[in-house]
Every structure is written in structure tokens, then in C-alpha cells.
Design a protein. Structure first.
Length: 185
């Protein structure tokens, strides 16, 4: 059953609330709903964690915690999903985000010349201590695409969680029915 799996796998509420950055949230972090394991709590936490985890924003764990505290769903699952963005996945996430953005704005995908131009602008901006020009049109395309990508993948993880949980539940019911039928024979 998924519920037993999550109870065994997730850290205890004491372990998470004793983390230094969790002390900032005080008694709100001790809310029992943040540790509740059921299909709806886990699925919503997957949505929140996936959405913020895909967006490469600084301190996305903070955004996950604030959203989880507001909606009151499973905190550890939401935080675990923050690790979707890591050095291995960041390039595909950014590429797919730019692809979505290029489809929204009807522009061509970024090529090597565009990438070098943006890199040159960033280096020039850094050399001049923040003075200079950076073309934000590519940022607009990327951010729009990342928001679409984050929403899409968050919804897919939410739906997959519901479906897999239901599948395990039905499978368990069938096994229980089959065992009772065999015992009766």
C-alpha cells in the first residue's frame, strides 16, 4: 500500500522541524496536516513541489514550504520534489522551457549564434558592474515556457499520483478478495 510506503520512507516530523531553516516557521511547521499521508495530501504536495521544483528560481524550497503551509499538504513530499532541478536535469528543463516559449511566441528555437550573443551581453554586463544592455526577449520566452512546463509536469505528477495510488489500492483489494476466496475453499 502506498500509505505504508510513505510512512516508512518519509522522515519524522521531529526530524524535519528540527532543521535550522524550519525554526523560522515556528508552530506552523508542527501542524499535523503537514505530515498527513493520504492520496490527496501527497498528490497536492507532488503538484506544489513539482511546480516550484521545475522553475529555476533561487530558494525554491522556501516557495514550496510557504505554499505547503498555506494549503496544508504533506511537507516532506513537497520538499523532496524540489530536487527535480539539479545539475543533471537543469539543461533538459531549460531546453523544454525554451521550446514551449518558442511555440507560444512563434519564434525559432535558440541557436548557437543567439546563445553566444546572450552570453556576450551577460559578460559585458558583468564587466561593467551592471551597466550595459541585456536583451530580455529571450528571458521572456524562457520564463513563459518554464511556467507552462512547470504547470504541465505538476499536473501530470498530480494525476499520476492519484492513478498509481488508486491502482495499488484496487490491486490490494483484489489480492485480499482472492485470499479470502482461497481461504474459504
Amino acid at each position: 500500500m502506498p500509505k505504508q510506503f510513505f510512512h516508512k520512507w518519509l522522515p519524522s516530523s521531529e526530524k524535519v522541524t528540527n532543521l535550522k531553516f524550519m525554526k523560522f516557521f515556528g508552530q506552523r511547521a508542527l501542524n499535523p496536516l503537514l505530515w498527513y499521508v493520504n492520496r490527496h495530501s501527497i498528490a497536492k504536495a507532488m503538484f506544489i513541489g513539482t511546480f516550484w521544483g521545475i522553475l529555476p528560481v533561487p530558494f525554491h524550497s522556501l516557495f514550496i514550504i510557504l505554499t505547503v503551509l498555506w494549503i496544508e499538504v504533506n511537507l516532506p513530499i513537497g520538499l523532496c520534489m524540489a530536487w527535480l532541478t539539479n545539475p543533471v536535469t537543469v539543461v533538459p528543463i531549460l531546453y523544454l522551457g525554451f521550446w514551449f516559449g518558442s511555440k507560444i511566441y512563434h519564434v525559432n528555437m535558440i541557436n548557437q549564434e543567439m546563445l553566444l550573443g546572450v552570453l556576450h551581453q551577460i559578460i559585458n554586463w558583468l564587466k561593467n558592474f551592471g551597466h550595459g544592455h541585456i536583451d530580455l526577449s529571450l528571458a521572456k520566452i524562457l520564463v513563459s515556457g518554464l511556467i507552462i512546463e512547470a504547470t504541465l509536469f505538476a499536473f501530470l505528477f498530480y494525476l499520476a499520483t492519484h492513478l498509481l495510488w488508486r491502482w495499488f489500492l484496487v490491486k490490494s483489494w483484489k489480492n485480499r478478495y482472492k485470499n479470502k476466496k482461497e481461504e474459504a475453499i
